[in-house]
Design a protein around this ligand. Structure first.
Ligand SMILES: Nc1ncnc2c1ncn2[C@@H]1O[C@H](COP(=O)(O)OP(=O)(O)OP(=O)(O)O)[C@@H](O)[C@H]1O
Length: 215
């Protein structure tokens, strides 16, 4: 379970980006984080991933307060970042494979999981292409594949459908809901009201405040 307790976030000496956020995401739940551009969706997901220390409050996973990113990785908090975070000089398959090896999966199992996950994203034909040679949408799906392959206890997906056509957008949404059915707590930042409506809970950010609209 992911629990955000009365958290306030900002950068350096800058203004508060979002204040007094409290929300709980249980295993099996998908929470949409919505709000206009600049409202703080990525900032909130960064804090949930242990990347940005809160100015006040805390993030806890299964009752353990996150200290930093390493601690979050140990607690199986997976972040699929808005900018993909892929290594451009590796192939799609290598990007997934390397992440699995780094998380301690044995090489043969990592190879099988890589092929299976790329296939779920419709990327089997692109497996051996360099990321640099993939389209924006293919890169976005590769980042989703890498995130899903890691089987997180918490999966944080930051605008991961922004470059996808309708069919692939639905595919990614279905896969994120499948992650929840597997037992993950899923958080999905999105601009898209239709995508948010497909999630059972929605946290809306605006003018520095967070309001739970559903859930
Ligand atoms: N590294 C940073 N240093 C300083 N300020 C930042 C940093 N990253 C984001 N911000 C500021 O924090 C605020 C929230 O940005 P954030 O990226 O979280 O919004 P967002 O809701 O994810 O926007 P978008 O939908 O456009 O991705 C913005 O005012 C932005 O300028």
């Amino acid at each position: 379970m992911l629990a955000v307790q009365d958290m306030t976030l900002g950068y350096g000496d800058g203004p508060t980006v979002v204040g007094a956020v409290s929300v709980v995401v249980r295993p099996g739940q998908v929470l949409a984080v919505t709000g206009p551009s600049g409202a703080g969706k990525s900032t909130l997901l960064s804090a949930m991933a242990g990347l940005l220390p809160p100015r006040a409050g805390a993030v806890a996973v299964d009752g353990q307060r996150l200290r930093d990113r390493d601690h979050a990785v140990e607690r199986k908090v997976v972040l699929i970042p808005q900018d993909n975070g892929l290594a451009p000089i590796l192939t799609a398959a290598e990007n997934v494979h390397v992440a699995l090896l780094a998380s301690g999966v044995a090489p043969a199992q990592a190879r099988r999981l890589t092929a299976a996950t790329l296939d779920r994203l419709g990327l089997a034909p692109q497996a051996d292409q360099l990321v640099d040679e993939l389209s924006g949408g293919q890169q976005q799906r590769t980042a989703v594949a890498r995130g899903l392959a890691l089987s997180g206890a918490v999966v944080l997906a930051d605008e991961v459908t922004s470059e996808l056509d309708a069919g692939n957008r639905q595919r990614v949404l279905d896969l994120l809901h499948e992650e929840a059915r597997r037992g993950a707590a899923v958080v999905f930042a999105t601009h898209d009201p239709e995508v948010a409506a497909a999630c059972e809970a929605e946290l809306h950010l605006s003018d520095g405040a967070a309001v739970l609209r559903r859930g």
